[in-house]
Design a protein around this ligand. Structure first.
Ligand SMILES: [Zn+2]
Ligand SMILES: [Zn+2]
Length: 556
């Protein structure tokens, strides 16, 4: 009997059909034993969904935990939260070697140092553009332009074929940090032969090519040069190229840069440590702000997503101890609003405008560009690499479909649309061959819970319709000992006819109870259930909503 064929498989465990939470695995071997490589371990932000009390959504890594002994390593493409934000919480369950380039490794270390109780995570630092082995996988990093330093595509070579995992990327011939997408290496992969391209779909609905970071830098520099009074700029703290462009523009206009916000401090510290801020003169702390004349200062602030505790929100509410803005000052919003944050961002912008502060956003000026490829860029990459298979990842259904359509238009032999948990065979006879467990975990306070945990569903119901508690004391022969205790939380005080809701509930309790025949029907469980139904239907009739209702029956 011949040995079973060694094959190459791929499964997304997050990031397909949703925003954020990127986690992919590659497997090499046969169906009796595969060795795995994990790529990225990201979060998504719960603000996008109605999940009261939940801050973060993490991928369910149950499958990786079960396969831990076959998991050779976890490699990070880059240090955005949607690719590395789940590591601190989930790494202790895997204890797998992590591979990252210097900037991503340093940012992860800085994040751990900032988080009380974070585990000590050993990181294997690999060089930008480097080639090394992780288990049976021969990995080569390809520099890609993006909105953070060191975004790496991965060439994953195996005896069953080569894969290009793009990570997040765009084609920017003139990036601020000179980290242009390595077209030469990608074309060489095309010559060598590429079985499959697993690629970023985020901007596949947008025509043409993205503008360059250099265009944004010029536009921001013009605005700053012409400003007469104080200027504040907010952007994503991790966009080191943008931070650098803003600092250069400020210095060219004779302004000192004041850093406001811890995330900004942390990233710039890491950028200095890794050489991405070489040549930028020293920046000032918030305490310097008050001493500098209005036309000699620029505040670089966190809070572009409307985060209530971040610098910009506090400045807008005049709650910041050091930094103030007033009529005639200027705020540049050098960021896109992530879906789910529109209201929070809108509140801050409107608050600033009402105080007479001018606000410039990307709606009217070129003060921000995305770090993801538009359609012409995706076409160019496919042309360079000429993969046999394209698998769209990193996006919602619409983005994945558009990416698939572009690949078909480029005459790619096979386009595979998959979902989280689909096991896709890339070598031999390609296609979806199996399912592995995938899903979501919520971070609830400091606890990780399954996404189907009842607590979260209960909290959502409570937030829509409140809760009613009823306590009854019964004698052994089924008589009420005293008046029922009733408590309403989150319920309107009066119904639409002006009747007190508490009285309606009281009447419903008594009425329901009295209709129950004596004897067996008055055992505590039957009473509780009957009263619960009676109360809910009485309130629904008066309010149009069914609250939660808890009935406690005490036998005395
Ligand atoms: Zn991403
Ligand atoms: Zn990214």
């Amino acid at each position: 009997m011949s040995a079973p064929q060694q094959e190459l498989v791929f499964a997304p465990l997050g990031g397909v059909g949703e925003i954020g939470m990127n986690l992919s695995i590659y497997g090499f071997g046969d169906d009796r034993r595969r060795q795995w490589l994990a790529v990225d371990l990201g979060v998504s932000f719960a603000a996008e969904e109605h999940l009261p009390g939940i801050d973060l959504i993490l991928p369910d890594i149950r499958y990786l935990e079960a396969e831990r002994k076959n998991l050779a390593g976890l490699i990070l493409t880059h240090a955005h939260e949607d690719h590395f934000g789940a590591i601190i919480d989930l790494w202790p369950r895997l204890k797998v070697p992590i591979y990252a380039t210097p900037f991503s490794a340093a940012l992860l270390a800085a994040k751990c140092a900032n988080e009380p109780g974070a585990p000590k995570i050993p990181i294997n630092v690999v060089p930008v553009g480097g080639r090394f082995k992780i288990g049976p996988f021969d990995i080569e990093l390809v520099t890609m332009a993006h909105s953070i330093p060191e975004s790496n595509a991965l060439i994953i070579r195996t005896p069953a074929g080569n894969v290009l995992h793009t990570g997040d990327w765009k084609i920017d011939p003139t990036p601020i940090l000179k980290d242009a997408t390595d077209e030469t290496k990608l074309r060489a992969l095309g010559e060598e032969g590429c079985l499959a391209l697993i690629g970023d779909s985020t901007n596949a609905v947008r025509d043409g090519r993205s503008p360059s970071e250099a265009d944004v830098a010029r536009s921001i520099a013009d605005i700053i040069k012409n400003a007469r009074r104080r200027v504040a700029v907010t952007t994503f703290a991790s966009n080191v190229g943008r931070l650098r462009a803003v600092c250069d523009a400020a210095h060219a206009a004779g302004r000192e840069v004041v850093l406001v916000g811890r995330a900004m401090d942390r990233v710039i510290g890491v950028a200095r440590e890794t050489g991405y801020f070489d040549g930028v003169s020293d920046l000032r702390g918030p305490d310097a702000y008050g001493y500098l004349p209005p036309d000699k200062v620029l505040a670089l602030c966190t809070g572009s997503q409307g985060e209530p505790r971040a610098a910009l929100a506090r400045i807008a509410e005049d709650q910041h101890p050091d930094v103030t803005l007033s009529k005639g000052d200027l705020v540049i919003y050098s960021a896109r609003t992530i879906p789910g944050n529109e209201k929070a961002v809108g509140r801050i912008i409107n608050g600033l405008i009402e105080q007479g502060i001018e606000v410039i956003t990307d709606r009217t000026h070129l003060v921000h560009v995305s770090g993801h490829p538009r359609r012409a860029e995706i076409e160019a990459l496919i042309g360079w690499v000429r993969p046999r298979i394209v698998v769209p990842v990193h996006g919602e259904a619409l983005h994945l479909n558009e990416h698939a359509a572009i690949a078909r238009k480029c005459s790619v032999a096979q386009v595979i649309r998959c979902r989280n948990g689909d096991l896709v065979r890339l070598s031999g006879d390609p296609g979806i061959i199996d399912q592995v467990p995938a899903g979501r975990i919520y971070k609830d306070g400091v606890i990780l819970v399954q996404a189907d945990a009842r607590t979260v569903a209960d909290r959502r119901r409570l937030s829509f319709a409140g809760v009613i508690s009823v306590a009854l004391a019964l004698t052994a022969d089924g008589r009420l000992v005293a008046d029922p205790e009733i408590d309403l939380v989150g319920i309107p005080e009066r119904d639409r006819d002006g009747e007190l809701m508490a009285e309606a509930v009281y009447d419903a309790v008594i009425e329901t109870f009295e209709q129950l025949p004596r004897g067996r029907k008055r055992d505590p469980d039957s009473v509780a259930e009957a009263v619960r139904r009676g109360v809910r239907s009485a309130v629904a009739g008066r309010w149009g909503k069914k609250p939660m209702c808890h009935v406690h029956v005490l036998s005395v």
